[in-house]
Design a protein around this ligand. Structure first.
Ligand code: HEC
Ligand code: HEC
Length: 150
């Protein structure tokens, strides 16, 4: 019981010290997804961008980067039982699909043992592989790819 109330106390201190000043630093009222449009007005159509699908593949910006997804993927389901990405990217299906085989690292268990099937740690492809949209960066950053510095 003591431990629990200490935990609650520490959480409260954390929020007041670490989180609250950041909240205060944000400017203006909190907005919903609808923005500041009044209830009886029609909200502007959101800016929906199309997925960037290059002819071939994206260049990698750093050596260890999970390659970006260059094709449409909204119809490929991934859940606990089904992974439709594997229908094209798992060996030997990738041969006929003409798709790059998932990396050998994806057939390795957490302990480093070689497996015959894709590792569970690599099951949810879109944890690491993501599609792209041509738009302003959501979070500004100054990263420069060594591949693009001349
Ligand atoms: C119908 C077959 C098919 C399915 C299903 C499919 N892919 Fe692909 N994928 C391809 C092909 C073909 C390429 C190669 C495109 C090229 O090089 O022109 C590719 C390329 C990729 C690449 C780029 C690899 C690189 O080295 O740049 C990634 C990442 C990828 N796919 C991830 C996925 C993920 C994640 C899914 C599931 C959401 C998926 N793919 C489903 C056929 C497929
Ligand atoms: C935990 C992160 C992670 C997950 C989950 C993951 N990948 Fe990867 N993938 C990577 C990284 C990092 C690389 C590049 C380095 C490497 O080869 O291991 C890569 C490489 C690839 C490549 C390129 C292989 C090559 O030889 O060029 C393909 C294709 C790919 N992954 C597909 C998939 C598919 C399909 C899934 C889901 C079944 C998946 N990945 C799950 C991180 C991940």
């Amino acid at each position: 019981m003591m431990k629990r109330s200490l935990g609650i106390l520490l959480t409260a201190i954390f929020f007041s010290v670490a989180v609250a000043p950041n909240l205060n630093a944000q400017e203006g009222p909190v907005q919903s997804l609808r923005g500041a449009t009044a209830i009886d007005e029609t909200a502007a159509v959101p800016d929906v961008r199309r997925q960037d699908t290059p002819d071939h593949r994206f260049r990698r910006s750093y050596r260890q980067q999970p390659p970006l997804i260059p094709h449409k993927m909204n119809k490929y389901q991934i859940n606990l039982k089904v992974n439709q990405c594997l229908g094209c990217h798992n060996w030997p299906y990738n041969v006929d699909a003409g798709a790059p085989k998932i990396s050998e690292t994806h057939y390795m268990s957490r302990e480093g043992a070689a497996l015959d099937v894709v590792a569970r740690t690599r099951w949810f492809c879109t944890q690491c592989h993501v599609p792209q949209v041509r738009t302003r960066a959501l979070v500004p950053n100054t990263f420069k790819s060594p591949a693009e510095i001349d």
